[in-house]
Design a protein around this ligand. Structure first.
Ligand code: CTP
Length: 404
């Protein structure tokens, strides 16, 4: 799902030859299901016809501050309030200078001064104009006002020069907008995530553990944060930086993981268990290092079962929407479906492991299963997979909550 779907975007076009790219930008924004309105300066209309933009956006194009008819339909202040995002593409050196200094001498600059929308500019100009200290100072001034500059790119220019100043291509602008626009699918939710392996101590220097790297859980935590959730991550020992903006709690053993989950489950809405929990722990944890002892060839360690954290939490906190992971080397779907039922989950991500798959890797593929359906998410980068997985989870979570 696109981050700019349903966003209200005002496309501002100023007078430059790159204006021909604005038509493609308008088309692609609409394709992403954004709501688009267009505002052009007088000089922009010399390069591209308002009629082209009107046909693409299916809305009247705004060009004149003193157009009574347009003002009656949607006045410039209303337009300024309507927009979530304003993107000026192309942005000339002249318009950049005006915005940097707060001028409001045409419809577009007036709207910008009256709006709280997130503002992006995609400069397009001759390379000498771009390099001039005045322009560079204006760009710095925009950055200090939290106005984001996209591009420009380097290349051959319409005037024949080669250098910096080409406007970014429409698809590059869309990618930048999407990257900078937070998704809102998980706003007003608090998500508790377990990640990484557990370590079950044998003595002060040795432990039993597994190959989990924590990458999937950390990717889910980052994606959930970007999708608007408040995120708590309870993590076993891993070699990954704590995600900025995520409250991260470090644990070692399965028992510590359970205690920590019990502490936070009550004020969470969604519980996602990616941790590879050791199913057993040594019955005795030696206080001293276990010695090799020359007179013995064997050492037997007795293990006892660890609590099943996911099953315990889903049983004790029935208000939670729960997603488990099933790490399997065989009978992937059958085993995952059994775990979905036995652990009383809402969803389970079946994950083939072993044979160089799953654990420690940057890519992963899963079969996401719920009680009356399933979907394959093919092999992809774990961060992308996390976004796809959470988009599906959000849909089921919202449906399930709407039923109450
Ligand atoms: N899990 C858990 N606590 C455990 C074991 C597993 O919370 N003691 C969670 C995992 O985080 C995962 C799900 O349960 O979300 C399934 O884990 P998995 O290792 O695939 O299965 P197990 O329940 O351990 O069963 P088995 O080892 O028999 O496959």
């Amino acid at each position: 799902m696109s981050n700019i779907k349903n966003k209200k975007i005002l496309l501002g076009i100023t007078g430059g030859i790159a204006g021909y790219k604005s038509a493609e930008l308008c088309r692609l924004l609409i394709k992403q299901q954004a709501e688009v309105r267009v505002c052009m300066t007088q000089s922009a209309t010399e390069f591209i016809s308002p009629l082209t933009l009107q046909a693409l956006s299916t809305k009247p194009v705004h060009t004149d501050l003193f157009d009574h008819e347009a003002e009656a339909a949607m006045g410039h202040i209303e337009l300024a309030k309507w927009a979530d995002i304003i993107i000026i593409a192309p942005a000339t050196a002249n318009t950049i200078a005006k915005i940097a200094h707060g001028f409001a001498d045409n419809l577009l600059t007036t709207i910008i001064l009256a709006s709280h929308a997130k503002l992006y500019i995609a400069p397009a100009m001759n390379q000498n104009m771009w390099q001039q200290p005045q322009t560079q100072q204006n760009i710095q001034q925009l950055a200090s006002l939290n106005i984001k500059t996209l591009g420009p790119a380097h290349g051959i220019q319409a005037c024949g020069d080669t250098g910096m100043g080409r406007m970014l291509e429409a698809r590059e602008i869309i990618a930048e907008l999407a990257k900078n626009t937070p998704q809102t699918l998980l706003t007003n939710t608090t998500i508790l995530i377990t990640a990484g392996p557990t370590q079950e101590a044998l003595d002060p220097v040795r432990y039993l553990s597994n190959r989990s790297s924590g990458k999937m859980g950390y990717a889910i935590a980052k994606a959930a944060l970007q999708m608007g959730a408040k995120v708590r991550l309870i993590s076993g020992p891993v070699n990954l930086p704590e995600p900025i903006g995520v409250e991260t709690i470090k644990i070692q053993s399965a028992q510590q993981l359970l205690t920590s989950c019990q502490q936070y489950a009550g004020d969470s809405d969604i519980f996602i268990a990616t941790a590879a929990v050791a199913d057993f722990r040594p019955i005795v944890q030696s206080q001293q290092k276990i010695k090799k002892q020359d007179d013995r060839d064997k050492l037997t360690i007795e293990l006892t079962k660890n609590p099943d954290i996911l099953a315990t939490i889903s049983h004790d906190f029935p208000h939670l929407f729960t997603l488990g992971f099933a790490a399997e080397t065989e009978q992937l779907i059958t085993s995952a479906k059994k775990k979905l039922k036995s652990k009383k989950l809402d969803m389970i991500a079946a994950n083939q492991v072993g044979d160089n798959l799953g654990f420690e890797k940057n890519d992963n593929a899963i079969e996401l299963i719920w009680h009356d359906g399933q979907i394959s998410l093919p092999m992809m980068d774990k961060q992308n997979l996390a976004f796809k997985l959470l988009s599906l989870l959000a849909k089921h979570y919202r449906n399930c909550n709407a039923a109450y």
